[in-house]
Design a protein around this ligand. Structure first.
Ligand code: AHG
Ligand code: MN
Ligand code: MN
Length: 334
């Protein structure tokens, strides 16, 4: 039987491969792993106690905030604040970024962006949800509080990114820019254990993932492309949690789309803490991540924390085909 490798062991072993290896990023990743375990416990007992349902308020982007959104947000902040390596956090659940105080007079060199709970509308019906995170080295002086400039770096500046999927099992998938690895939580020992080393997304797959209910609200070229997916008899899968929908594509190949609609002319997903971290993972697994203007997501300018973007991501050959559709049909005048 091969030896179990825990997340902690793996992080320490791979530290030397990390460009910015100082041990600080390793500690930060381990603390995010601990926060994920705590969130996992609460997600798993969501049907019990007082944790189900809406919290009777809206967040900055107008979504109904669920109680578990708030809990997950608090846990991410708590564990990152204790880590001593993180000087600030931007989260879907915070209007502005928060500055974390120095722990033991130690300089903290990283900032974290997070969607603490992705797919909250699934919680009350026992369907998969996730956590997304991206990590950047700060650009401001370590002697001062972090600034907006630390948070509006392009996605390609991320030094690490990852997600946790609370599904039939709980899996943490992350990259530090040297490939992608997945760790399944073993409930018997309470540890994330390496289960999916060096994940490579298939060049093509049989799945497409889009909210087809908005079909009539999409632009012509997008409707044509979705017709094409249907003509090819691709299987439609849409969970409504980007983490879950992307996770399927990571292993089975396919394409995930969230285009602009009338309600969301810029797209719905948030660039900073949803699209950028997931794009880094998709690219590191060999896939492609662009917006509907065919621009690489990781190269997009970030102007504000809650900026939205359209997304098209997944298997390389399928995203390429989608690009060709857009180029062909957007040339037509209607
Ligand atoms: P969140 O729960 O963090 O607000 O994210 C939900 C996002 C994303 O995960 C998902 O792909 C998308 O919203 C679903 O939106 P629609 O219900 O409009 O399809
Ligand atoms: Mn989300
Ligand atoms: Mn969320």
């Amino acid at each position: 039987m091969s030896k179990i490798v825990t997340l902690d062991e793996f992080i320490i072993k791979s530290q030397k491969e990390i460009t910015h290896a100082t041990g600080e990023l390793s500690r930060l990743l381990r603390d995010i792993g601990i926060a994920a375990k705590v969130i996992n416990v609460e997600v798993n007992k969501a049907g019990l106690g007082e944790i189900l349902g809406a919290a009777q308020k809206e967040n900055n982007t107008g979504d109904n905030v669920q109680k578990l959104d708030i809990f997950s947000n608090e846990k991410m902040i708590e564990f990152l604040a204790n880590s001593g390596e993180c000087c600030g956090i931007a989260s879907e659940e915070l209007d502005e970024f928060v500055t974390l105080p120095n722990v033991l007079d130690k300089d903290a060199n990283y900032i974290v962006v997070t969607d603490p709970l992705d797919g909250s509308s699934n919680i009350d019906v026992n369907v998969s949800v996730g956590t997304i995170f991206g990590i950047y080295k700060r650009v401001s002086s370590p002697k001062e509080d972090c600034t907006l400039a630390d948070f509006i770096q392009k996605g390609c500046e991320q030094v690490a990114a990852g997600y946790v999927l609370y599904g039939t099992s709980t899996i943490l998938v992350y990259t530090t820019g040297n490939g992608v690895n997945g760790f399944t939580l073993d409930p018997a020992i309470g540890e994330f254990c390496l289960s999916h080393p060096n994940i490579k997304m298939p060049e093509r797959g049989n799945y497409y993932s889009v909210n087809q209910g908005y079909y009539l609200k999409f632009d012509l070229e997008m409707r044509r492309y979705i017709d094409h997916c249907s003509d090819l008899n691709l299987r439609l899968r849409y969970i409504g949690s980007m983490v879950s929908d992307i996770h399927r594509i990571m292993f089975q190949g396919g394409i995930f789309l969230y285009p602009n609609t009338r309600k969301y002319p810029q797209g719905k997903l948030r660039l900073l803490y949803e699209a950028n971290p997931i794009s880094m993972i998709v690219e590191q697994a060999g896939g492609t991540a662009i917006n509907t203007k065919l621009e690489r997501i990781l190269d997009l300018d970030v102007h504000k924390i809650h900026q939205r973007t359209t997304v098209v991501m997944g298997s390389k050959a399928m995203v390429q085909e989608m690009k060709e559709f857009v180029q062909r049909y957007s040339a037509i005048e209607i």
